[in-house]
Every structure is written in structure tokens, then in C-alpha cells.
Design a protein around this ligand. Structure first.
Ligand code: NAG
Ligand code: NAG
Ligand code: NAG
Ligand code: NAG
Ligand code: NAG
Ligand code: NAG
Ligand code: NAG
Length: 356
């Protein structure tokens, strides 16, 4: 039985090999044409300069002075340069095909120097099999995000962050019910659309909305965020009010970034804080109370930023129980830390401690 299965597997591999040898072009003709049309629509501009980010990081100890786009980095070059007629589009930069069907299933043009807009009749929307699309860090010249993204229902990953789109994100994005990862950082999101996203995108595991103005969104809406979320990033969103304590206990959440929401209040759970959190940045927030002993319950935590988070009191010794911790920023915390010999002893020697 096992032998027969192996034989079948070998046969399949041979067929696959034969297929890839005989078919010079894997890419289907229509997909190739659609990509070339998409390319022709743009001019090119190396608009993203990280020099400013490096400059700001060196000089500033305040995260809030560093613009949100500095968080994302990708190799920046004219990615569509390799897109040429009569070559296999599956070998082009940024293009990934399904090896059996030849359909384009992923397109990563992030930091790709695209300069132009994406009209509703764009040939991009002919790539119906797309599962992953990353257009981050391009310059779409303040054009609107087209509602025609709904024509790409197979999308599981969509990244339109930092792309100089303007206008509101269309509600049609919330029809993309297969999305597991969505990044709309630095764009405009209406409260109603946010609500629809939260209610309809139940498969989301990763949501990033850094720099999106959420000042009119009541933080309790976050309660309804997908329980499957493993990563939530809402840096510099202008969130106000009280953050539901549930966010800190979300059963699958490993990465939580809430930096720079100066008027966002909240308290950490005081008891039984079981959570798989690995990375937590609550700098520049209005947390209140003390850093509770329960922080020692977060056994997976390796990165903790408490910079200007407004907490008071003293550092609990339970911090020493966090064996995974490698980064701890306490800079400017009003917590009266006495950096005593004892405190240093409780932290593992590998922790980078930032304290100014
Ligand atoms: C979106 O793309 C940028 C650039 O490649 C990357 O830094 C960022 O992490 C991506 N967002 C998500 C949620 O993967
Ligand atoms: C899209 O429409 C414009 C006119 O509105 C036309 O000039 C252009 O050729 C069309 N593009 C495609 C890819 O059909
Ligand atoms: C966004 O687009 C506008 C209009 O084309 C342009 O003036 C501006 O410089 C662009 N911004 C960035 C960051 O590229
Ligand atoms: C949300 O999902 C429901 C059910 O799939 C659908 O009927 C509705 O149109 C969706 N709403 C939005 C705004 O996408
Ligand atoms: C959560 O969603 C339910 C419906 O799915 C709604 O009734 C409730 O008001 C929502 N809660 C918040 C805080 O938005
Ligand atoms: C904390 O967990 C313990 C043990 O599971 C339980 O006995 C106790 O009631 C819990 N306390 C709270 C406030 O949930
Ligand atoms: C931390 O570990 C010590 C033992 O080293 C234990 O007594 C204490 O209960 C732990 N604290 C927490 C908050 O888990």
C-alpha cells in the first residue's frame, strides 16, 4: 500500500517535471496581457526615502516624532522593469503563479516605484485568482481606492498601506470575506466602514491600521474584532476613551501595537492575565494604575514598550519571571523605578533595557 502510494507520488513528480520542461511558458496569456497593461498605466518615481526615518530615529527618543511609514520597509526598486512581453510572467519580479494552473495568485509590488492611479477599469481587476496583493509604498497620487477590489474575491492578503491613496476606503473591501491579513495604514476609514470590516471579516488574523484617523471610533468596537486575530496594530490612530480590557486578553493575540494614542485610556488586567502576547507596545498612551504583578503571567512576552505610557508605581518583581523578554523600554515612565542591583538581577542578562 505504502509502496503503491510512493509509486504514484513518483509518477506525479515525473509528470510535473515533464510539464515544466515542455511548457516554456507557465503564465496564461490573458494574465500576462493584464499585467503588461497594468504596468503601462504607470510612470515611475522613487518617492520613498528612508533617510528621514533613520535621521528621526537617531535624533528622537520620542516614537511619536517618527512617521508611521518608517515601520514598513521593503527593497525599493522599479519592480516591473523585468516585466517583458514574450517572457513567462510567472518569472517576473513580484509575480507568483499557481504552478498547476498558471494563474497569477500573488502580486507584490510594494516599494515598486509605481506612480499613477488605479482606475476602475484597471486590468488589475482581471487577475481574478489573486490571493495576495501588496501595493504598499507606492504613489497613487491621491487617487481613490477603487470599489472594484471586490472583483478579487479570493484575496486573503491585501496591503494598500502608505500608498498615497486619498478619500475613503470603499465599503466593498468588507465583501472580501476571505481576508486573513489587511493593512490599510495611512488611509481614510469611515466609522461605518470600520464597523463593517470588523463584523464581516471574521477570518482576519492580522489587522494593521497605523496612522488611520480613528478619533471618532469608540474603542469598545474593538471588542468585536475577530477572536482569531494574532496581530493588531493601531499605532498613531488618535483613539480616545477606554480600551476594553478584553484586548489585552484576546485569546490568540501575539502582537499588539497601540503606540501614540495619547488619549486612549486603559488598565492592564490585574489577575489571571493569561495571553499569548509576545510583543506589546503601549507607549505614549494614557494607561492608568500600576504595572500589575500579573505582567509576570505573560510567559511568551519578548518585547515590551512602556515608554510614556503614564503608569505609576513601582516595577513588579514578577517581571523577572518573563524568561523570554529580550527588550524592555521604560524610558520616561512615571513609574518610580529604582534601578537597584536587585531589579537588574531579576531581569535576564540578555534583556536590552531602555531607560533614560
Ligand atoms: C505591508 O507591506 C509593507 C511593505 O512590504 C510591510 O512592511 C508590512 O508589514 C505589510 N503589512 C502587513 C500587515 O503585512
Ligand atoms: C479605461 O478607460 C479609459 C477611459 O475612461 C480608457 O482611456 C482606457 O483605455 C481604459 N483602460 C482599459 C485598460 O480598458
Ligand atoms: C501624493 O500625491 C500628491 C498628488 O500627486 C503629491 O503632491 C504628493 O507629493 C504625494 N505624496 C507622497 C508622499 O508621495
Ligand atoms: C457583510 O456580510 C454579509 C454576509 O456575507 C453580506 O450580506 C453583507 O453585504 C456584508 N456587508 C458588507 C458591508 O460587506
Ligand atoms: C458587536 O456586534 C454585535 C452584532 O454582531 C452588535 O450587536 C454589538 O453592538 C457590537 N458591539 C460593539 C461594541 O460594537
Ligand atoms: C484566577 O484563576 C484562579 C485559578 O484558575 C481562580 O481560582 C480564580 O478565581 C481566578 N480569579 C479571577 C479573578 O478570575
Ligand atoms: C514569579 O516567580 C516566583 C518564583 O520565582 C513566584 O513565587 C511568583 O509567584 C511568580 N510571580 C508571578 C506573578 O507569576
Amino acid at each position: 500500500m505504502g509502496c503503491l502510494t510512493l509509486a504514484y507520488q513518483l509518477l506525479f513528480l515525473q509528470l510535473l517535471l515533464l510539464y515544466s520542461q515542455t511548457s516554456a511558458t507557465l503564465c496564461s496569456y490573458d494574465q500576462s496581457i493584464a499585467l503588461l497593461q497594468f504596468k503601462q498605466h504607470f510612470s515611475y518615481k522613487n518617492f520613498l526615502s528612508y533617510y528621514y526615518c533613520d535621521w528621526a530615529r537617531e535624533r528622537s527618543f520620542q516614537f511619536s516624532e517618527i512617521p508611521p511609514y518608517c515601520d514598513g520597509r521593503c527593497p525599493s526598486y522599479r519592480k516591473t522593469m523585468s516585466w517583458k512581453e514574450d517572457t513567462d510572467c510567472c518569472s517576473w519580479d513580484g509575480v507568483t503563479c499557481d504552478i498547476l494552473t498558471g494563474h497569477v495568485i500573488a502580486l507584490d509590488l510594494s516599494c515598486g516605484w509605481l506612480h499613477g492611479n488605479i482606475p476602475s477599469n484597471s486590468s488589475l481587476f482581471l487577475l481574478h485568482h489573486l490571493q495576495r496583493l501588496n501595493l504598499a509604498f507606492n504613489d497613487f497620487k491621491l487617487s481613490q481606492v477603487s470599489s472594484d477590489f471586490r472583483q478579487l474575491p479570493s484575496l486573503t492578503h491585501l496591503n494598500l498601506s502608505n500608498s498615497n491613496f486619498s478619500g475613503k476606503i470603499p465599503t466593498e473591501i468588507s465583501h472580501l470575506s476571505n481576508l486573513v491579513s489587511l493593512d490599510l495604514s495611512v488611509s481614510e476609514l469611515e466609522t461605518a466602514v470600520f464597523q463593517e470590516l470588523v463584523q464581516n471579516l471574521t477570518k482576519l488574523t492580522e489587522l494593521r491600521l497605523d496612522g488611520v484617523d480613528m478619533s471618532t471610533i469608540v474603542p469598545s468596537f474593538l471588542t468585536n474584532l475577530s477572536y482569531s486575530l494574532t496581530s493588531l496594530s493601531l499605532n498613531d490612530c488618535g483613539l480616545q476613551g477606554n480600551i476594553p480590557d478584553h484586548i489585552f486578553r484576546s485569546p490568540n493575540l501575539q502582537f499588539l501595537r497601540l503606540r501614540g494614542n495619547f488619549d486612549l485610556k486603559g488598565v492592564f488586567p490585574k489577575v489571571n492575565w493569561s495571553s499569548p502576547l509576545k510583543f506589546m507596545d503601549v507607549s505614549d498612551m494614557s494607561l492608568s494604575g500600576e504595572l500589575p504583578n500579573s505582567i509576570g503571567d505573560l510567559m511568551s512576552l519578548y518585547h515590551l514598550r512602556l515608554y510614556y505610557c503614564n503608569m505609576v508605581g513601582s516595577i513588579p518583581m514578577s517581571l523577572g519571571n518573563l524568561t523570554q523578554l529580550t527588550y524592555l523600554s521604560l524610558s520616561q515612565v512615571t513609574i518610580s523605578v529604582v534601578i537597584s542591583h536587585h531589579f537588574c538581577q531579576i531581569l535576564s542578562s540578555s534583556v536590552i533595557l531602555i531607560f533614560q
